[in-house]
Design a binder for this molecule. Structure first.
Ligand code: ADP
Ligand code: MG
Length: 195
């Protein structure tokens, strides 16, 4: 069970790492997109952190839904509705089955894929989210999970983008890490650091 203390720490850790890596995310997005992913993510998680006490006072499923709603309203771009869907669905699923974190995460990733009309291997955040869901379901350790995540982020470099703005570049998207894959890694590392 995730406590209010852990949730508060996780939100602050995410906001802090996204802020610290905003320039890196923007640089990744400048190479194959429009250079706003760092600013988008920072705006979103700063807004979540600004609402910290209201959010953590809620039961976990409602808190996750509140985070998702805030992200949808503030992140913008393609990633806002997608990360928003991830947190909203996590909240909905945990309201139904409070103990099944791995199942809730898998269904949340499926909801992101449905929202993005995308699948894993297309050089997006899903290239990291699905292996993460698999690793959680397999009961792997935190260190193993973060190693898998790091490998999958690096693997996006050699892929051609099939979804999102980067797909407009076709073969020229090859050779660059996907910004959304990298931001997913930052979220995973921040959460792993506090749970
Ligand atoms: P935008 O592309 O609208 O400028 P961002 O720059 O904030 O939005 O986010 C870009 C990231 O969103 C990409 O790096 C990719 O990981 C993710 N993304 C974009 N489109 C999709 C999609 N259809 N499915 C999954 N992820 C996507
Ligand atoms: Mg962008």
């Amino acid at each position: 069970m995730i406590s209010e203390v852990q949730l508060r720490a996780a939100i602050l850790a995410i906001a802090s790492t996204i802020s610290a890596h905003a320039v890196e995310l923007t640089d990744l997005d400048s190479a194959i997109g429009d250079g706003d992913h760092g600013a988008n993510m920072k705006r979103g998680f700063d807004a979540v952190a600004a609402d910290l006490e209201t959010i953590v006072a809620k039961p976990l499923p409602d808190a996750l839904k509140a985070i998702g709603t805030k992200l949808v309203m503030t992140v913008g771009g393609a990633s806002g509705p997608l990360y928003g869907t991830l947190f909203l669905t996590l909240g909905k699923e945990l309201a139904t089955a409070p103990a099944d974190y791995a199942g809730a995460f898998r269904r949340a990733v499926d909801a992101v894929a449905a929202r993005g009309k995308s699948e894993t291997g297309q050089k997006t955040m899903l290239d990291v989210l699905y292996p993460l869901a698999d690793a959680l379901a397999a009961g792997k350790s935190k260190a193993e999970i973060l190693a898998i995540v790091a490998t999958e982020v690096a693997a996006t470099k050699d892929r051609k983008a099939i979804r999102g703005r980067a797909s407009f570049l076709g073969d020229r998207s090859i050779g660059h890490i996907d910004p959304g894959a990298r931001s997913t890694q930052l979220l995973a590392e921040a959460v792993a650091g506090v749970l």
